[in-house]
Design a protein around this ligand. Structure first.
Ligand code: AMP
Length: 381
């Protein structure tokens, strides 16, 4: 099978990773007449259930990677902890978007922070830490309290520990497994925001609205779209996203997670080189979703218009919360998405719901919550 920079309908997008993000990418590809081929280490993965084809194999299995490469025109990934070696191996056989450089930066918190600093983008103060003995000096530098984070493989608050006093140092170091880390100044943020943006192969960018995210137990609980924000903030967030996309010569969708400081300033917490949970609202509140946008970018097609036609609150259905699925079907202006996962483990992302409102008519969060709770109580969530 040949590979070209621009796909045609009927061509195949290879997706590394089989989770819900891959599933929604495969569905967006199908809507555009493209095929998808999912490579996942787990059998019966959510993405494999809806893809045209799938391979179950380890990311290190080069024979399986060769077969996969032969079946696809372009490769992308749905989670950033795919081994860089896997992506680099495939990049010799097929175009890979986003490229290994973006993955390299996003997989390592130190590289990520250094990269952002070089671009003049503000982050929390940070210091590299490779041994517990380095923590006291780093603490002096970043200030107290601070957060110790592993450089690699941290997500949803995993691989993190708070350090306030000297007595916290050793337990924190042990808690993160004594791995190479960074110590970050704790930001007393007023809100967590994010922006999802895309860059096409022609270098054009498209940016969705700035949104507000509410986390519970370090996991995203809901996204409010758009964020109530000043023009200055929305402009700033867009500039940050565009600067990052351009600096990485990026192709595809990327998310930038931000802390809003009490004075309104924005600091970047992290970059996700992929479609993102805080962009799920775009499926129901924009003509072109983040998933379609990513498919367009990796296919070498023009990006779509990221304009929002409705306001939205996206609610994640975690673990047992998904048992209330039927209640959402009965609610007007509510769109249900389920990911095809059978085991409802605590905190596991089983699906999400988008509440759609006429632009400018989104209720205050507490009022919106009341409607949701009333619906879900009926099913004993
Ligand atoms: P992360 O894995 O870096 O996205 O962190 C997960 C969550 O921990 C973030 O969404 C924040 O709520 C919190 N967090 C991470 N870093 C900091 C920080 N430097 N200051 C305050 N809260 C933080």
């Amino acid at each position: 099978m040949h590979s070209s920079r621009h796909l045609s309908p009927g061509d195949t997008i290879g997706i590394l990773g089989g989770g819900q993000l891959g599933r929604m990418l495969a569905m967006a590809a199908a809507r555009l007449g493209l095929r998808s081929h999912v490579f996942s280490p787990e059998p019966n993965a959510p993405a494999a259930q809806v893809a045209t084809a799938s391979i179950t194999a380890a990311f290190e299995d080069t024979a399986a990677l060769d077969t996969f490469a032969r079946c696809v025109n372009v490769v992308t990934f749905e989670f950033e902890n795919v081994p860089v070696e896997t992506v680099a191996y495939l990049a010799r056989l097929r175009p890979v978007h986003p490229g290994p450089a973006a993955l390299d930066v996003a997989q390592d918190r130190l590289s990520e922070k250094n990269f952002l600093s070089r671009l003049g983008i503000a982050t929390a103060p940070y210091r590299e830490v490779n041994a517990a003995e380095q923590i006291p000096e780093a603490l002096e530098s970043v200030g107290r309290p601070a957060v110790l984070k592993t450089r690699r493989f941290g997500y949803d608050g995993k691989g993190q520990a708070r350090v306030t006093r000297e007595a916290d140092i050793l337990p924190a170091w042990e808690q993160i497994g004594g791995q190479p880390a960074i110590l970050e100044g704790f930001i007393n943020f007023s809100r967590e925001l994010s922006v999802v943006a895309a860059r096409g192969q022609d270098g054009r960018t498209a940016c969705y609205d700035l949104v507000e995210n509410r986390h519970e137990n370090h996991i995203l609980a809901r996204t409010l779209a758009p964020a109530r924000a000043s023009e200055e903030q929305t402009g700033k967030a867009r500039t940050i996203a565009e600067t990052v996309l351009t600096a990485l010569d990026y192709v595809g969708v990327l998310a930038v997670e931000l802390f809003e400081c009490p004075d309104g300033a924005l600091l970047v917490n992290e970059i996700a080189p992929r479609v993102h949970n805080s962009g799920h609202w775009t499926m129901d509140a924009c003509a072109v979703s983040q998933f379609e946008q990513h498919v367009r970018a990796v296919a070498g097609w023009p990006l779509g218009n990221p304009v929002r036609h409705s306001d939205a609150i996206m609610e994640n259905l975690l673990g047992r919360q998904a048992a209330a699925w039927a209640a959402y079907l009965g609610q007007p202006d509510c769109v249900l998405h389920l990911y095809g996962k059978s085991a409802m483990r605590a905190g596991r992302k089983m699906g999400h719901v988008t509440h759609i409102y006429t632009k400018g008519k989104r209720p205050e969060e507490k009022d919106a919550r009341r409607t949701v709770d009333a619906a879900t109580q009926r099913t004993g969530r």
